[in-house]
Design a protein around this ligand. Structure first.
Ligand code: BGC
Length: 255
């Protein structure tokens, strides 16, 4: 538990399932107030369940629907924080998507979709949050969820790896730009985690074994193992940490 997180207000994008869900629930345990973003009607019920779980854990929460790649969504998320909880202390830009295509046949609209959600969406979230924090002189914390693929190249996922590589520079640039305003910007880079995005390989024992062989710790990670470093970065325990990427990957990036 991080005492300073009690009653703090954070937006978590893509929080209806997977890593985002675990982050929202962990923040509930820290007695935070959480804006649980979800993309569309398909995930509304899941988002409602996350809100209930956050509240059972001792926090407060509200859902907010929106595609993070749209300019209006970031504004809507910040407005929801203000109207429900009166303030904002940071954002966890977690929403992300991926798809597999050999590069020579990758449709350009699929390139755009992945870059728009994974990179433009994170920028929009950072921009709106930073605008609010600066205006109200709040020492905030921003955490972007990147990937080991901000560093490890990924054949057949050039759009995804490019978005995560861009996210690394986005994080470092914003960290440097706002450090003297009391706003910290960091990243957590997960490796292979048990989430819906990986459902296909998790259901295939042969692929799972191949992936495990690339992880020094020889284990697929859990969403809670990502939520832990995110929570630390949001807390004052990390007050001198900005522009950093914490790889939470069982050593995958070292392979
Ligand atoms: C991807 C996963 C993949 C992991 C390790 C993540 O960024 O979303 O699908 O298993 O990287 O390669």
């Amino acid at each position: 538990m991080y005492e300073d997180l009690k009653d703090k207000v954070f937006i978590v994008t893509g929080a209806s399932q997977g890593i985002g869900r675990a982050i929202a629930i962990r923040l509930g345990k820290e007695k935070c107030k959480v804006i649980v973003n979800y993309a569309n009607e398909n995930t509304k019920t899941l988002a409602d369940e996350v809100v209930a779980t956050v509240e059972e854990a001792g926090g407060q929460a509200v859902t907010c629907q929106g595609d993070v790649s749209k300019v209006d969504t970031a504004k809507k998320l910040v407005d929801t924080a203000i109207s429900h909880f009166g303030t904002l202390h940071g954002i966890v830009n977690n929403a992300g998507v991926q798809s597999e295509y050999p590069s020579e046949i990758l449709p350009i609209n699929e390139w755009d979709r992945i870059i728009d959600i994974n990179l433009r969406g994170v920028f929009l979230g950072c921009q709106e949050a930073i605008k609010y924090l600066l205006k109200h002189n709040i020492e905030g914390s921003i955490v972007n969820i990147t990937s080991v693929h901000q560093k490890i190249s990924r054949p057949n996922y050039v759009h995804y790896a490019s978005s995560k590589g861009g996210l690394k520079m986005l994080t470092e640039t914003l960290a440097r730009e706002y450090a003297n305003k009391g706003i910290r910007v960091n990243s957590v880079a997960p490796g292979a985690i048990e989430t819906p995005i990986n459902e296909e390989f998790l259901n295939d024992p042969i692929t799972t074994k191949e992936i495990i062989n690339k992880i020094p710790k020889r284990k697929i990670g859990t969403p809670e193992e990502i939520a832990a470093p995110v929570t630390w970065l949001l807390s004052q325990e990390a007050s001198y940490v900005t522009g950093a990427t914490i790889y939470a990957d069982g050593g995958m990036v070292l392979y």
